[in-house]
Ligand binder design. Structure first.
Ligand code: FPP
Length: 257
């Protein structure tokens, strides 16, 4: 167990950028996709439904996204379920509903996640969550710990600045660690290759500032409850057309040097 994140196990982190795989078409496939699932509230309002119904539909899309990711051979999928700002600033009944939805999701999905060999993880200030939610999260992590297919990571009461503050505090207080990267919530998490944000906004909203540094970005106006397999493939296709350089020269120019 590590000091600030009881749900993860600590391994050495890598600062490498080795993350390109090829799919069946020989196209570049991201290894790690992160998703900001935005637009549930607007989707619901447009249909004169409650915001909670929008989140509920959003949770169904998350369920589908796990399957699509696995079918395409991604290694990691990290989704923003609840930010520290949502947790502190949304009306308490909406936060309670989201936590209930999370509980329902975990109870109904964990056997299926395990069957699919998905390894479930969670990042965030989870110790501040209700006890019941913490137990369900821990049980799901424990059940799926040994699975070696897709890693599904949910960010719950997560904030990027909070993660960096917590990491700095851990680094300062322990002689066991020598770099900030080792003190993040999940040091073994690879850098994000592709960030998808639905709902039309073009911002990061305090999501994974360390891990998104070199990500390719894909913004779509589609509201999260309407996000489809086709939209996912559009994002992956867009990713495969990008030239990633990580501060280096483009390949052709580098060869000519
Ligand atoms: C942002 O939409 C979305 C969230 C705050 C929560 C995201 C959560 C889900 C998609 C479902 C959660 C899944 C589980 C398993 C709990 P918004 O409400 O800010 O939408 P808006 O911008 O249209 O108001």
């Amino acid at each position: 167990m590590i000091p600030h994140q009881e749900f993860g196990s600590k391994r050495d982190s890598s600062d490498g950028f080795e993350s390109v795989d090829l799919n069946d078409d020989g196209r570049d496939l991201p290894r790690h996709v992160a998703v900001i699932m935005d637009g549930n509230g607007r989707w619901a309002t447009m249909r004169e439904k409650s915001r909670v119904e929008g989140h509920s539909r959003g949770a169904e899309v998350l369920r589908d996204l796990v399957r699509w990711s696995q079918e395409r051979g991604l290694a990691e999928l990290t989704c923003y379920a609840l930010s520290t700002e949502n947790f502190q600033q949304r009306p308490s009944d909406e936060v309670d509903s989201l936590l209930n939805l999370l509980g329902t999701y975990l109870k109904s999905e964990r056997e299926e996640l395990d069957r699919l060999q998905v390894c479930f993880r969670v990042i965030g200030r989870t110790a501040e969550l209700p006890e019941e939610t913490q137990v369900l999260l821990q049980e799901t992590v424990d059940l799926t710990r040994k699975n070696d297919n897709l890693v599904l990571r949910l960010a719950v009461n997560y904030g990027g600045r909070a993660e960096l503050e917590d990491a700095a505090r851990l680094l300062r207080s322990s002689s066991e660690f020598t770099s900030l990267a080792q003190c993040l919530y999940e040091p073994e998490m690879s850098d994000v290759d592709l960030l998808i944000r639905s709902g039309g906004e073009k911002r990061f909203s305090n999501f994974l500032p360390w891990q998104l540094t070199y990500s390719e970005l894909y913004f779509t106006p589609v509201l999260w409850p309407d996000f489809s397999e086709k939209e996912f493939d559009l994002a992956l296709g867009e990713y495969s057309s990008r030239s990633r350089r990580f501060g280096r020269l483009p390949n052709r120019e580098a060869e000519a040097e």
